[in-house]
Write a protein that binds this ligand. Structure first.
Ligand SMILES: O=C(O)CCC(=O)C(=O)O
Length: 245
């Protein structure tokens, strides 16, 4: 589903948007089944909670998911995500494999995701999609976003490295709870972070990165990018420039 003008205005001003549709329940179940196997087998690359133990319950993040199983690529290419993205990024969209490309497992007790902005405002627009395999709530530490912070005219370190609740960013942020199967899109320049998981179940979400294909790129086969929609067009000026006869 594409965005209305009003939805696009909302995304451009706040920096985030909750897609109105959910991923099909069957696809979410398959994603969870694949993820169960990845966690159970502790299949690397993994980022661990800081518990010192190495057990499935301590898996904080599964990295490099797109090459683990086709189901993850199927989800990343789903119209529920790509429909709104086409309104934001245009028809030619690439999915990055060297940015995000992970599942936040967030087991019970999982620590904060500290405040950060993934990109600088002068970078090409990068849209993050969080795809929820489980419900995300205030109790299990849902993401908080500082609305409008992608448009900052001010300088701020991308990783301020201050306490979560103690930071001034906390007081400027909004919590964004999400349903299972929901898709949250945000401009990766927005400051964001997430709370501690105080529930007794995990809070799984896929984190994916999308950009518009750059039509001035001469090298079209970047091994770190998957064409998710459209084509890799080229619009560089020819030289010598043809004169009208
Ligand atoms: O929802 C979360 O746990 C934070 C997601 C996030 O910032 C990330 O995956 O980079």
């Amino acid at each position: 589903m594409s965005l209305s003008e009003e939805d696009l205005w909302y995304f451009n001003h706040t920096g985030f948007y909750r897609a109105p549709e959910l991923l099909p329940a069957g696809l979410v179940e398959r994603l969870n089944a694949v993820t169960d196997r990845q966690i159970g087998g502790m299949i690397e690359p993994v980022v661990w909670e800081k518990t010192g133990s190495r057990a499935p319950d301590d898996v904080r993040r599964l990295s490099k998911i797109l090459s683990r199983d086709r189901t993850y690529v199927e989800a990343a290419s789903h119209p529920v995500i790509l429909g709104p993205l086409k309104s934001i990024l245009g028809p030619n969209i690439e999915l990055l494999t060297n940015k995000h490309n992970h599942i936040m497992v967030r087991p019970p007790g999982s620590e904060h995701v500290y405040w950060h902005s993934g990109e600088e405002p002068y970078h090409p627009t990068l849209v993050t999609a969080l795809v929820y395999l489980e419900e995300s709530t205030l109790e299990n530490g849902c993401i908080r976003i500082v609305p409008g912070s992608h448009r900052r005219p001010f300088q701020r370190h991308r990783r301020p490295g201050v306490g979560f609740e103690e930071s001034d960013l906390f007081h400027k942020s909004l919590p964004v709870p999400m349903p299972k199967g929901g898709v949250l899109l945000f401009n990766d320049c927005c400051f964001h972070g997430a709370g501690v998981n105080r529930a007794d179940t995990s809070r799984r979400s896929m984190t994916l990165a999308y950009q518009a294909h750059d039509p001035h790129d001469v090298m079209k086969d970047d091994p770190e990018k998957i064409l998710a929609a459209g084509e890799r067009i080229y619009i560089g000026h020819p030289h010598p420039f043809p004169h009208p006869s």
